[in-house]
Design a protein around this ligand. Structure first.
Ligand SMILES: [Zn+2]
Length: 214
C-alpha cells in the first residue's frame, strides 16, 4: 500500500507529491517549493509522519516542478532523478527562470541520476513502472503503481484537459499519442494525479476529455 500527500506550491499552483509506503520510506515527486514556508511544510510533513525521504523523482523538468529541487536535494542529501531525455530541459532551468522573470532562490544541483525506465523505480519494496510519454516535455515520464492503480502523471493529462505543447520540446501529436497509447490502456479505475489541478481517473478521461478524439 502507498499513501499520497499532495501539496500545491509556487505561483504556478504546481502539485508536489510525497508518496510513502508502510515502511515509511518516502519519495518526493516534482518538488515545487518556492517560498520558505513551502519548504517548511515539506519538512514538517516528513518529520510529523516519521518518514525517511529516500528519493527525488521528476516527471519532467519545467521550472514550476523544480523550484524546490535544490532545497530538498541539499537538505536530504539526494541526487534528483530524471529521465535522460529531459536533461536539456533540466539544464535550462536558470535561463527559463530569467525568461519568466522569476528570481532563483535555490539552484537545482548539477548532478542528477538518470532513471532506468525499463526496470522501473523502487521505493524500498514498493515498485513503480515508468512510462515515457513525450509531448509536453521531451523527457516526460509518469509513474504507475500497479497494485493500487495509481498514476502520478505530471503535466501529460489533466482532468478534462491535457498539457500544453507550446513550450520548447513540446509536440501536440506526440502528446496525444502518449495519452492514447500509454495512459488510456491502463484500467479505467486508475486514479490519475496531475501536476496541476484535481485528480481524475482514466475512465473519466476516456469518456470526457475533449482533447482526445477517436
Ligand atoms: Zn510542465
Amino acid at each position: 500500500m502507498i499513501s499520497i500527500q499532495k501539496f500545491v506550491f509556487n505561483p504556478f499552483s504546481e502539485n508536489t507529491y510525497v508518496v510513502f509506503n508502510e515502511a515509511k520510506k518516502a519519495v518526493i515527486i516534482d518538488p515545487g517549493m518556492y517560498y520558505e514556508e513551502e519548504e517548511k511544510a515539506i519538512d514538517k510533513f516528513i518529520i510529523s509522519n516519521g518518514l525517511k525521504l529516500e528519493a527525488i523523482w521528476h516527471t519532467h523538468s519545467h521550472l514550476d516542478h523544480m523550484f524546490g529541487t535544490g532545497y530538498v536535494s541539499r537538505k536530504y542529501n539526494l541526487d534528483p532523478m530524471i529521465f535522460e531525455k529531459d536533461l536539456d530541459t533540466y539544464q535550462n532551468f536558470e535561463r527559463v527562470c530569467a525568461m519568466y522573470g522569476v528570481p532563483i532562490r535555490n539552484m537545482p544541483p548539477e548532478k542528477v541520476q538518470f532513471m532506468d525506465i525499463k526496470n522501473g523505480l523502487s521505493l524500498g519494496e514498493t515498485k513503480f513502472s515508468v512510462f515515457f510519454v513525450p509531448g509536453h516535455a521531451p523527457g516526460h515520464v509518469v509513474f504507475h503503481h500497479t497494485q493500487s492503480n495509481v498514476l502520478i502523471n505530471g503535466d501529460c493529462l489533466f482532468r478534462e484537459s491535457i498539457g500544453r505543447t507550446d513550450l520548447p520540446g513540446g509536440n501536440h501529436i506526440q502528446l496525444i499519442s502518449s495519452i492514447k497509447n500509454k495512459l488510456f490502456t491502463l484500467p479505467d479505475n486508475t486514479t490519475v494525479y496531475s501536476g496541476h489541478g484535481p485528480e481524475t481517473t482514466i475512465g473519466h478521461e476516456i469518456a470526457n476529455n475533449p482533447f482526445i478524439n477517436y
